[in-house]
Design a protein around this ligand. Structure first.
Ligand SMILES: NC(=O)c1ccc[n+]([C@@H]2O[C@H](COP(=O)([O-])OP(=O)(O)OC[C@H]3O[C@@H](n4cnc5c(N)ncnc54)[C@H](OP(=O)(O)O)[C@@H]3O)[C@@H](O)[C@H]2O)c1
Length: 369
């Protein structure tokens, strides 16, 4: 019996894994070989709770020197006690209460670390807030645009009832939340970059800047519109700083996680209780199994990504290509968690964004798909 010849397409498909193996990245030594975990010196902005606190504990276990920054001094002292209980020496941890919106606070933080934690190597910008947009204080489901029941707009666009429109007080409240959220998530991040990048570059080998961004920075998030916009602004600020600082030897990393299984969404720009938490609201069955990221996974990913070698590596790891510096790239500066969200950003470039991604996003936040 004669075997039918394989088509060239099949040959190409079979060759792909071999090609991938041959082109596998050949990195230099890991950053943790250059800076041993006990020699790590970390400035952690937003260390009083959530991922920042978890990172502080992880660095404490490794014996790093840590400076903890956030507004709540008492909460920072508790984090410090937990770090000490893990065996970290008292002279390796510093508590510096500060508000990242405030230039005098940031200068004071900088003066303290220059004096007490010289050669700080890693800046972790974790601080951020969520918010509840509530233009219609009387509405059962506070939302920025009440499209859920378009009945409030009658035929021809006439308003059905003046009572369902946002009141002046509602808009004032929204304005205050939007400004507060922008000031922390965006302005605070820009100020932190400006205040600390020069310190890292001057005093440290292998400096790194990590920003805890969010999937909402690149994928539209209904009912999170102001949060999403402020995270997008901060994300682009960090990306622009990265492009600007090319050649200065700094490793930039933005982690873009989905929803993390912690208390973040129960807070607002003004309070540590309240919030608008779709998980607690139980809008989707099976949240815990499928959509919630364990905080440990977020921390482990940040640490493993920051451990990658910082030196650019050749895209084609064979001479003469590997000798051409223009064919070398640094490790990735953006990392989605889970990876599915990276694929979603690609889907969004196609009609499937409208047909599939956007209905799923509305459903995730408890709206009609
Ligand atoms: N949890 C999630 O589902 C999720 C998902 C994606 C991305 N993220 C991002 O993760 C980051 C951390 O959030 P988290 O989940 O760890 O929640 P969190 O427990 O609320 O942590 C936020 C931290 O930011 C600090 N902070 C807020 N405003 C500050 C200010 N003006 N100055 C200094 N520090 C400030 C808070 O401390 P003080 O209140 O003491 O100042 C706290 O330590 C945020 O940027 C958020 O956008 C979270």
């Amino acid at each position: 019996m004669q075997v039918p010849p394989l088509s060239p397409v099949i040959y190409c498909l079979l060759a792909l894994p071999i090609l991938a193996l041959l082109l596998r990245a050949r990195h230099g030594p890991s950053r943790e070989k250059v800076i041993k975990p006990t020699e790590e010196r970390v400035l952690l902005l937003g260390a009083s709770s959530g991922v920042g606190k978890d990172l502080a504990l992880a660095y404490a276990k490794r014996g790093a020197k840590i400076a903890l920054v956030a507004r709540r001094a008492a909460a920072l002292e508790t984090v410090k006690d937990e770090c000490l209980a893990l065996g970290l020496a008292a002279d390796r941890i510093l508590v510096i209460p500060a508000d990242i919106r405030s230039p005098p606070d940031l200068v004071a933080v900088r003066d303290t670390i220059v004096k007490s934690v010289p050669s700080t190597r890693t800046l972790l910008q974790i601080a951020g807030v969520d918010l509840i947009p509530e233009p219609r204080p009387t509405g059962p489901h506070p939302r920025l645009v009440p499209a859920e029941d378009l009945a409030w707009v009658g035929p021809g666009g006439a308003y059905n009832s003046a009572t369902s429109l946002p009141t002046c007080a509602g808009l004032e409240a929204l304005s205050a939340e939007a400004r507060a959220c922008s000031e922390i998530n965006f302005v605070g991040t820009v100020l932190a970059l400006a205040a600390f990048i020069p310190v890292l570059t001057v005093s440290s080998a292998c400096p790194a800047v990590h920003h805890l961004s969010s999937v909402a920075a690149t994928i539209a998030a209904p009912r999170r519109c102001i949060y999403s916009a402020t995270k997008a602004a901060a994300f682009m600020a960090v990306e622009s700083a990265r492009v600007e600082c090319e050649g200065a030897g700094i490793r930039f990393l933005s982690l873009l996680p989905g929803t993390i299984d912690n208390e973040f969404r129960t807070k607002t720009a003004f309070a540590t209780s309240g919030g608008n938490c779709e998980v607690q609201a139980g809008v989707k069955a099976g949240w815990t199994e499928k959509l919630l990221l364990p905080p440990k996974k977020v921390v482990d990913t940040i640490l493993s990504q920051l451990a990658l070698p910082t030196a650019p590596y050749p895209v084609i790891p064979y001479p003469p290509f590997s000798w051409v510096s223009g064919l070398c790239v640094p490790p990735k500066s953006q990392f989605y968690l889970p990876f599915t969200y990276k694929l979603v950003t690609l889907l969004n470039l196609t009609p499937l964004g409208y047909m599939y991604v956007e209905p799923r996003a509305r459903q995730k936040y408890g709206l009609r798909p």
